[in-house]
Design a protein around this ligand. Structure first.
Ligand code: INI
Length: 158
């Protein structure tokens, strides 16, 4: 339903039929990664993405995610990518380095390649916060990946 008369608007399209989705999961804080992955894959298939059109790869930590995403984006096979993981504050400055560098690397890949990436790297104070957020964040990322793949296809067509 259009918001305004005489102004075209693309509605969010959450139909995952035919879309090819790549997922990169960080194994650091693996329990959180697995929780994110489970809600993400469930949401993708609920929206119509075929299991044979999903590829899951894992990396040691969030800092390794951007290069895996870059390779997958460059393959030309994926309509959208999702990155999942958790960076949990410890006692050292390393938290800031991992949280900030992984996020900026992920943004650089998506803008350099034009392939949408849903960023599901949680950055939390402790493990409980990450456990509380993982199910919703995995679902959100699946929906964001589908919506952005469809939006970019639509913008290419018109
Ligand atoms: N990687 C994460 O994914 N989460 C973290 O919380 C984390 N911390 O806290 O150190 C983390 N570090 C590992 C890092 O991503 C790299 O794997 C490592 O530095 C080797 O390059």
């Amino acid at each position: 339903m259009a918001r305004y008369d005489n102004i075209e608007e693309f509605e969010p399209d959450l139909d995952g039929t035919g879309l090819r989705i790549g997922i990169v999961m960080s194994r650091f804080n693996q329990e959180i990664g697995e929780g994110l992955l489970s809600s993400c894959t469930a949401a993708l298939t609920r929206q119509g993405v075929s299991t044979s059109d999903i590829l899951i790869v894992s990396v040691p930590g969030a800092l390794e995610a951007p290069i895996a995403l870059q390779k997958m984006a460059g393959s030309g096979w994926f309509d959208s990518l999702v990155v999942l993981g958790a960076v949990i504050r410890g006692d050292t400055y390393h938290f800031e380095v991992v949280a900030n560098e992984s996020a900026s690397g992920i943004t650089a890949v998506t803008l350099d390649t034009g392939v949408p990436i849903a960023n599901g790297i949680l950055t939390t104070e402790d493990e409980d916060q990450a456990l509380a957020r993982m199910s919703q964040k995995g679902t959100e990322c699946a929906l964001a990946a589908i919506e952005m793949a469809n939006l970019l296809k639509r913008l290419d067509e018109d």
